[in-house]
Design a binder for this molecule. Sequence first.
Ligand code: ADP
Ligand code: MG
Length: 482
Amino acid sequence: MSKTDPALWRDMMAYLRQKHEPICRQWFEELRIADFSGGLMQVQTSTPVQQNYLQKQCLHPFTEAAQDVTGQLIAVRFVNGPVAPNVRIPPPSAHTTHDQPHPLGQAHSHPPIRKPVRSVQLHADGESWNPGADQMVLSPDYSFENFITGPNNQLAYAASVAVSNQPGTAYNPLFIHGGVGLGKTHLLQAICQQILNRDPDTRILYVSCDSFMNHFIQCVQSGQMSEFRNRYRHVDMLVIDDIHFLGAGERERSQEEFFHTFNELYQSNRQIVLSSDAPPSEIPRLEERLVSRFQWGLVAQVAKPSFETRVAILRAKAQIRGMVVPDEVIDHIARAMDTNARELEGAITNLQGHASLGRAIDRGLAVELFGEAGGGPRGNHVSLQHIIDVVTTSYNVRLADLQSRRRHKSVTEPRQVCMWLARKNTRFSLEEIGGHFGGRDHTTVMHSTKTVDQRREQDPEYARMIARLDEQVLRTANTAGA
Ligand code: ADP
Ligand code: MG
């Protein structure tokens, strides 16, 4: 082994802090260089979930840091568990094609050091298990430790912990519902992580409902239904995020298929975890037999956080990023933003961005970014949720439609209007706005606002309608509760 020098690692961390601040997390402190030889730096992680997350989401910044600090063309790989020294100099692109870890973060008990791609594992029953490309990557941020509980989410949290301790027996299915940004995805991921960190071989399939439905349609079209069934029915736990989409699109056959998947897993005591923007009985166009099945286990709601919970969430989010945020700033944001945790997280990211440009994090900056708040008038503080409420009511669409991948005009138009109103009336960045509407990137938000502006110029009726919505957003935001 050579050069596992802590100074080298410190320099890399400093480089990341300077050049890639947004990805930096407190838990990076747990990482260390396990081996650095033959042009390959192997970075030891504490959990398989960390390993998978870093390999999938952070490889480029770490490689850049390693190359900058050493002045050499080296590759980086994240490992979990025992490490064998590297014997050959890998080709420069080797790190992007070799040794992909298991998509959900299962560790190889002996990391295969120089072997080709594998995300397939062999199990005791001799069956190969490949969770597939659309399996979602778990973020170590979304752990139980990082979840702040309050009266708004206590039951959902306790049930999630119970399920992760006794999958298949505690509550089956576990059904978590609530508005956007209230921690549903966080809890789903925390369950997966807790189980995988304890038993990396558990076959967890964690997908969005969109993926489930798209995959189903593809398999129907290509006559690969047996593969589809094999994939969804031979797992230890099935976790589907945003299951309310089952009421949209090609729904009849997808619901039928999901019904059978559900039954098969349920009957063999495999855990099912679902999240939704509404309770089972209120999901539009959901078949009655699914509604009743979703109620068989435990239905738990996540609601808006109280002031105290918002303070705790802000503190936690700052801490995860290793930021020091004064109490008065935290207090100010918690008063200014009363909708959901995603907005709170956006506020911390926003502060982080300004801090990295050399601004002091103080009350002045908070007022500038988030407006006046607290006991006094709310200024024209407008939340994204408020804009969404106004627009979805006016267009008679659901938030789920706005966040979906659908491109039909009935959905794209209100989505664009929301983005335009958010640009005009909030201080959220393009990325944050895009993130709120189904994880779209900043160019989509720019394009949307431009489209609305162009149409306002050309179409006076449309311009009046936008002006009315804008006026309604501002008027009702000012009078919305303190
Ligand atoms: P949802 O899936 O309900 O729309 P998410 O789980 O994606 O919401 O949450 C949005 C953001 O808010 C995430 O960054 C998540 O970590 C954070 N968050 C939500 N609720 C909490 C909570 N109770 N404690 C800490 N962070 C939270
Ligand atoms: Mg979610």
